[in-house]
Design a protein around this ligand. Structure first.
Ligand code: ZN
Length: 267
């Protein structure tokens, strides 16, 4: 599951590769847009909003701009290829292919969401998002107010809810709970320093947005997380074994949690 900084990176890479260029081919391999052809359209920009991606395109004939809205969900990725370069993912998983006039292409694989909408209607797909940790609308006070509006909700769930603040995935929510010394199932109201937790989230995503791997510890290549993925290994603070569990509002949507039972006692 990509985090907000991975999506920001993908948008930045595609913006660098495609912005200002005219498309010579487009191929949408989803039924609803299989016949759509954006040949001749110009890529204006590629931006991320939380974990959503938006390719904004101008029409050759002055029609209103369109946006390709995509979401990577669990398995998706967008990759940029030079002319003639071989794809690094199986072709049958490609959902969108955009080729620019200079032969550079962007290919979206296994995308969880792919649709093309008028740019003027982007609000219908990203308008529900809370302040974006890496976006121009970032507003820590608003993020805090959104989280505090449901004081009894598990903090591990509230941090993943993109309506509160946008950009945190499962790695960061686990790491943030550890850094705040709070169990993921503890209520939001149990967080002693919520502004501090939000500031840490911002710092982590900013620090990692230019890197290829997510790093939350910052203590070298061997330990790139405090608790995420470290079940059974010693806590880096107190040497108690890290525990693994699941947390979710319903069984279908349970996600992995990792925590130190000593540093983050269960509520
Ligand atoms: Zn510990």
């Amino acid at each position: 599951m990509p985090e907000g900084d991975n999506v920001w990176q993908a948008a930045t890479r595609m913006h660098a590769a495609l912005a200002g260029k005219r498309l010579t081919q487009s191929d949408f391999r989803v039924p609803a847009f299989a016949t759509l052809d954006l040949t001749g359209w110009t890529v204006l920009e590629v931006v991320s909003r939380g974990k959503h991606l938006l390719h904004r395109l101008a029409a050759p004939d002055g029609e209103g701009p369109l946006s390709i809205h995509s979401h990577l969900k669990m398995e998706g990725s967008w990759q940029v290829y030079g002319p003639g370069e071989r794809w690094r993912k199986p072709a049958h998983t490609a959902r969108a292919v955009l080729r620019a006039e200079d032969g550079v292409s962007a290919v979206g694989f296994s995308l969880g969401v792919l649709e093309v909408i008028p740019t003027a209607e982007e609000g219908t797909v990203v308008g529900h998002l809370g302040p974006d940790l890496l976006g121009p609308d970032w507003d820590p006070a608003q993020a805090e107010a959104n989280l505090r509006a449901q004081p009894d909700r598990a903090v591990g769930l509230a941090l993943l809810d993109q309506r509160n603040l946008a950009g945190i995935g499962n790695i960061y929510r686990n790491e943030l709970c550890f850094l705040a010394r709070v169990h993921p199932a503890a209520p939001v109201s149990a967080v002693r320093d919520l502004p501090g937790l939000i500031a840490t989230a911002k710092r982590l995503l900013e620090a990692n947005k230019g890197r290829s791997r997510n790093t939350t510890g910052g203590f070298g290549p061997r330990n790139d997380s405090w608790v995420y993925g470290r079940a059974g290994q010693p806590c880096l603070r107190c040497h108690t074994r890290i525990q693994h569990g699941t947390l979710g509002e319903d069984v279908q949507r349970e996600r992995d949690i990792y925590f130190c039972p000593r540093c983050q006692p269960a509520p």
